[in-house]
Design a protein around this ligand. Sequence first.
Ligand code: NIG
Ligand code: FE
Length: 382
Amino acid sequence: MSLLVTGIAELVTHDPATGTLHDAAVIVDGSHIAWTGPAAHAPAADERLDVQGRAVVPGFVDSHAHPVFAGDRAAEFAARMAGEPYTGGGIRTTVAATRAATDDDLRSAVRRLLTEMRRQGTTTVEMKSGYGLTVADEVRSLRLAGEVTAETTYLGAHVVPTEYADRPDDYVTLVSGAMLEAAAPYARWIDVFCERGAFDGDQARTILTAGAKAGLGLRIHANQLTEGPGVRLAVELGAASADHCTHLSDADVDALAGSGTVATLLPGAEFSTRSPYPDARRLLDAGATVALATDCNPGSSYTSSMPFCIALAVREMRMTPAEALWAATAGGARALRRDDIGVLRPGARADLVVLDAPSHLHLAYRPGVPLISTVLHDGVPL
Ligand code: NIG
Ligand code: FE
């Protein structure tokens, strides 16, 4: 079954061969894009969707999210807004709630957030474990995530759980040994929270090296709260992505710029922890590849909205609206080492968003406004 999407006032393709088109059309064939071009030249199709002067952009690629958890931490957020600092210590509160949840409750929690994301135009989402922190609970989180996404990430190294507080090295042994072995069949990626109060550079190296040996791709929570070794480790180990990148030295920026490691910025975290935003402009000007993602989690960033992150990136991080949209789509795809999403070109997945607006500028220009008119995921309307 083919579908002609026409009446597109602005079509942002992120395909270098095509760029951004006006008065455009797209042909979707099954789950893939078959054609993009001027509406006047569109070939025939079985069905027709006239979007009547709206803009069409690639579906958002949320390459960093923690949606597998139970409970919330609204009181912690309120305390922070009253002046308490964010330390990451609240992760253990969510671990306790997540361990106590039934499979069905946890599954519904994941699906509720996924539905929220889809309604806001996200067509690909990476999902991390990390609120289980036992072999069985990490495997369970990954299994539930794997029911709804191919981009699953083993984050046993989120924080040292309470029961290992006085023997953290034993936990590192578990995370890089038996827990990894049990988790690897359910995960595409491995991630470590490399930060003061979580895992140091040596521990992160041990865990990531073991993950790579088990066939997993690498990602790191790096330089979120302090200027630590995470970013340089990510580049050295060839990680797909270094995430947060809030506190960077010049050497960190240079290392990212000369590497295949994407700098994934998560402005929802700075918003919700009332922290200074990462300097996207500095990274872009140095030549680094930048992605934007939500970091959706109950502690530091309980947003599921990519449009909100785009608006923050433009307003607070000096990205242009076009750069922010690229980072939230094609950039996320790079961070997941995917070339079939984040771009609208023949052969790519038919993941696209029709905006209730005539151009992509409105994503940042009209913050907080529900501008997602229609979402096609694998060619299927939501
Ligand atoms: O990406 N940094 C570590 N993990 C999350 C926070 C998780 C939490 O506070 O529950 C983050 O910000
Ligand atoms: Fe995170």
